[in-house]
Design a protein around this ligand. Structure first.
Ligand code: GLU
Length: 420
């Protein structure tokens, strides 16, 4: 995965995005201040025993940004470059994401500064359980429900669920989502982010005059979201995936990559790089490739004022959180490139997280077909709503998605009133 730029502070970006929409919606200054501040922030420094019996202190964060619409929801990421401001931005984005697809949730995010690629399974388990135990007073099915994010997965969630349940004295599956199916995870959650992204691309394609059958696709970040979106676009909608990248670099094939082969190669070697028959391509080059659809599916700040003018895609579908900075958005709007913003394009993950939580609370599980049907409905309706607002207000899809989301959060804030 490419490294996020240290220059652009994602929380500054997040606040600028709020200002743009607050101006449009003529939101009063008090409410605007509420929208621009996280409600609650936790920073913990905690020791972890390493395999050589030494101890290291790690720093972790959980930011509960806004809970006007319901319990907070959002992932936990493990990455060496995690900062509090990044977690704040991601928590704000979760708030808008849950609102744009109309889930009864607020937004949160967590992060631990660590390098999971250089930690053993045991070290990761001890780090996760200790961080999870620090979170116990702040999380719960009715308060804040973590999920996987960058470099965390269903195993991470199983450890948090178990740590929380040990403390309570009974099993609490609804405390996290993205769990393994054996302990209350949902069918379809693993591929939901990529599947939701593919559905939104499918809905947007006719609006830009694009036929997905035979359309060309480029993906930055062949991880959970990017690889699933690419596979669905190819297998179910007949698109041609020309290029994919990961943290080591990328590959390109003019007449389309054999994705199943690429996956096998990645499993064997740890990277897509060097896939037989492909040409090498960097994480920067993939963004400028001539392809109908570009899917940034890695980290923040990839599309900036420096490279936005060189993007050739008709659709930029943000499977990642925050890959485009506001200057790049302006360029895309002028160039009539359709951006499917992160809070909509990658909302499939949290949507199926919501289904998982609802199943846990009901004590009842749904079939894969039922999960995917409901996901399809949520993504289709949410895209239609955002597209209609974009047309009405003559704004880009990001602004439209924020208009829908922020209006819903503001309605909830106003109807509840400010305490006391
Ligand atoms: N980490 C994912 C996201 O950024 C999923 C969050 C969730 O399922 O709560 O949307």
């Amino acid at each position: 995965m490419p490294q996020s730029s240290p220059v652009i502070n994602p929380f500054e970006t997040a606040k600028r995005q709020i200002d743009i929409v607050a101006d449009l919606l003529k939101i009063d200054s008090g409410t605007r201040e509420v929208l621009k501040h996280p409600k609650r922030e936790l920073t913990v420094n905690f020791p972890v025993r390493m395999d050589d019996n030494s101890y290291r202190v790690y720093t972790g964060y959980r930011v509960q940004y806004n809970m006007a619409r319901g319990p907070c929801k959002g992932g936990i990421r493990y990455h060496p470059q995690v900062t509090l401001d990044e977690v704040r931005a991601l928590a704000a984005w979760m708030t808008w994401k849950c609102a744009v697809v109309n889930l009864p949730y607020g937004g949160a995010k967590g992060g631990v500064i660590c390098d999971p690629k250089h930690m053993s399974h045991g070290e990761l388990e001890r780090l996760t359980r200790r961080f999870g135990s620090e979170l116990i007073p702040f999380i719960g099915p009715e308060m804040d429900i973590p999920a996987p994010d960058v470099y965390t997965d269903s195993q991470t969630m199983a450890w948090i669920m178990d740590t929380y349940s040990q403390e309570k004295g009974y099993s609490v599956p609804g405390v996290v989502t993205g769990k393994p199916i054996a302990i209350g995870g949902s069918e379809g959650r693993g591929e939901a982010t990529g599947r939701g992204c593919a559905y939104v691309i499918r809905e947007a394609a006719p609006d830009v005059g694009l036929k997905l059958k035979g359309a060309s696709i480029a993906v930055q970040g062949f991880g959970n979201a990017g690889s699933v979106a690419a596979n669905i676009l190819h297998d179910e909608f007949g698109a041609n995936v020309l290029a994919v990248t990961d943290s080591q670099g990328g590959i390109y094939k003019a007449d389309g990559l054999n994705l199943h082969g690429v996956e096998e190669h990645k499993k064997k070697t740890g990277s897509v790089v060097g896939f037989p028959g492909s040409k090498p391509l960097s994480n920067e080059e993939v963004l400028e490739l001539k392809a109908d659809v570009l899917i940034p599916a890695a980290l923040e700040n990839q599309l900036t004022s420096k490279n936005a003018g060189k993007v050739q895609a008709k659709i930029v579908a943000e499977a990642a959180n925050g890959p485009t900075v506001p200057e790049a958005d302006k360029v895309f709007f002028e160039k009539k490139i359709t951006v499917l913003p992160d809070i909509l394009a990658n909302a499939g993950g949290v949507t199926v997280s919501y289904f998982e939580w609802a199943q846990n609370i009901q004590g009842y599980s749904w079939s894969l077909a039922e999960v995917n049907d409901r996901l399809n409905k949520v993504m289709t309706e949410s895209y239609a709503r955002v597209h209609a607002v974009a047309q009405e207000r003559k704004v880009d899809n990001r602004t439209a998605a924020y208009v829908v989301a922020i209006q819903r959060v503001v309605d909830a804030l106003r109807i509840r009133g400010f305490f006391p």
